[in-house]
Ligand binder design. Structure first.
Ligand SMILES: NC(=O)c1ccc[n+]([C@@H]2O[C@H](COP(=O)([O-])OP(=O)(O)OC[C@H]3O[C@@H](n4cnc5c(N)ncnc54)[C@H](OP(=O)(O)O)[C@@H]3O)[C@@H](O)[C@H]2O)c1
Length: 220
């Protein structure tokens, strides 16, 4: 059995944070969950424990404390909150893997607020220069975690980053969620991955996919 990983999820009660927490609780992971609303967090933890009785989950009311013992930190907050959260975890996130799941969508869902020569992940790396920022889970919709196989096909989950070991580690984490990890390239590939999700969201709204949709690379 693989060594137990300690994973902090910041913004754990949100759509993505809770979906990732429920999914990762099923694997050999210790979860440190931070949320601003403690009652909601307790409800989430009770739900996880009834679904996965041997889940190893703890509640935190501070992102710094939640990240202190973590091997991996998942930032499940909106892009607009990343600056604030990054400043709180900077000192405890040194050398750690920090997963950027953000899609920096504008208010109209018709573009990104980031410039074309950067991405949410690259901006996070600038805020956390001593951490290993990895883009992951951003191309996956929250509902895909409960249904990682859609229309008979396993949803692909693209990963980007600059550190080979961290990419492998996050691939393994993705695999435990039932999604199919694909390492897409270095951190700058996040620009494409964030645009891909913008398109997926637009297609979802246009074609009524009911927020259950994902990307699949067909290959031989
Ligand atoms: N939803 C999706 O299917 C999806 C798919 C791929 C990627 N993403 C990305 O995932 C991230 C989260 O999206 P979401 O849909 O899960 O949003 P959400 O449901 O609104 O959840 C966001 C969470 O962040 C917390 N939060 C917001 N501002 C905060 C702050 N300043 N300090 C601490 N916590 C804060 C919120 O806590 P409170 O409610 O207590 O304020 C909430 O729990 C976004 O970056 C989004 O682009 C979402």
């Amino acid at each position: 059995m693989k060594t137990k990983q300690t994973i902090a999820i910041l913004g754990a009660t949100g759509n993505m944070g809770s979906a990732i927490a429920k999914s990762l609780a099923k694997g050999n992971n210790r979860l440190l969950l931070f949320a601003t609303r403690q009652q909601r967090l307790q409800t989430l933890i009770s739900g996880i424990q009834s679904e996965t009785p041997n889940a190893d989950v703890e509640a935190y009311d501070c992102p710094t404390s939640a990240s202190w013992e973590a091997d991996v930190i998942v930032l499940a907050v909106p892009y607009s909150a990343e600056n604030e959260i990054a400043s709180k975890i900077k000192d405890v996130a040194n050398q750690k893997i920090v997963i950027s799941i953000a899609n920096p969508l504008n208010d109209h869902y018709n573009g990104l607020v980031t410039a074309s020569d950067t991405s949410a992940a690259e901006e996070l790396q600038k805020l956390l220069p001593n951490s290993r920022v990895i883009k992951a889970f951003n191309t996956v919709l929250a509902a895909d975690f409960t249904t990682p196989v859609i229309a008979g096909m396993q949803v692909d989950a693209f990963i980007a980053g600059n550190n080979t070991q961290a990419l492998e580690s996050v691939s393994e984490l993705v695999r435990t969620t039932g999604l199919n990890p694909i390492i897409a390239g270095d951190l700058s590939v996040s620009r494409t991955l964030e645009q891909m999700t913008l398109l997926l969201i637009q297609l979802n709204m246009k074609n009524n996919y009911n927020w259950l949709a994902g990307w699949k690379i067909l290959h031989n």
